[in-house]
Design a protein. Sequence first.
Length: 307
Amino acid sequence: MGQQKIIVVGSSNTDMVLKSKHLPLPGETVLGGRFTMNPGGKGANQAVAAARLGGEVIFIARVGNDLFGEQAINGFETHGIATRFITKDEHEASGVALIMVDAKGENSIAVALGANATLDKTHIQPALRELKDSAFILTQLESPLETVEYLGQLAKEHELKLVLNPAPAQPLSDALLASLYIITPNEIEAELLSGIRVHDVDSAKAAAEVLHKKGVNIVIITMGSQGAYVLSEDLDELIPATKVEVVDTTAAGDTFNGALVVALSEGKDLRSAIEFANRAAAHAVGILGAQTSAPLRKDIEIPTKTN
């Protein structure tokens, strides 16, 4: 099976990142640190991660009619991402995220959604032919929930493989869950969706079983340095993470998701695809920034042994 089309539906932001010794407490001012301004947004991060790893990517998104929006579109095109379904909002500004990163690589993020909040089904309908022809559709929760639910309806109606990274965490309907081919929550998101606190393999299994019973075909719970727990018809195990020194965790989950759909679109089996995604996420946390930390294929490909 050769490479197939991946469609990412989601947010595009400009990330304003300040790295300092520690995250400020309420009312506290932290001096020092380094400021950078980078392209971001969960949808954009996942689209770029998939494209940099060799995926054929179409991105559906909304940006403002402003400098940030123009810069974002130009950046996507540089990565070879198809941008014909990115539309501009004449009233809302492009999305912006304010990100604090401490010396250990942990982060605190506040997002002004801007034009992202105006993405609705009218912006998805023109891409229906591409959606039907895609190998996977990848989305997140920085877009309106009604828009994500519309994708779920399309997935059910046309038997499409919809992958949801349920971040930022929020409750989801059983109807949406039942429309998903894959869901990829982290521990906090898995707890919100299942009602089970996730802290080890046993609790991850219990939470995954709740989601699996609601109709999700494959549940992958990302557990940071522990790895990714997967529950499907054929797999029930923790796939260990690649060990690496952490610099910035900002886009680790986005890189994981982008890499996962690339590997699956190329015909890799599920375990191999998760191992591939784990290596990509490990590379991402070793570099400051969101899209700038996404690896190229050569960065994570394991060399083939020769005699």
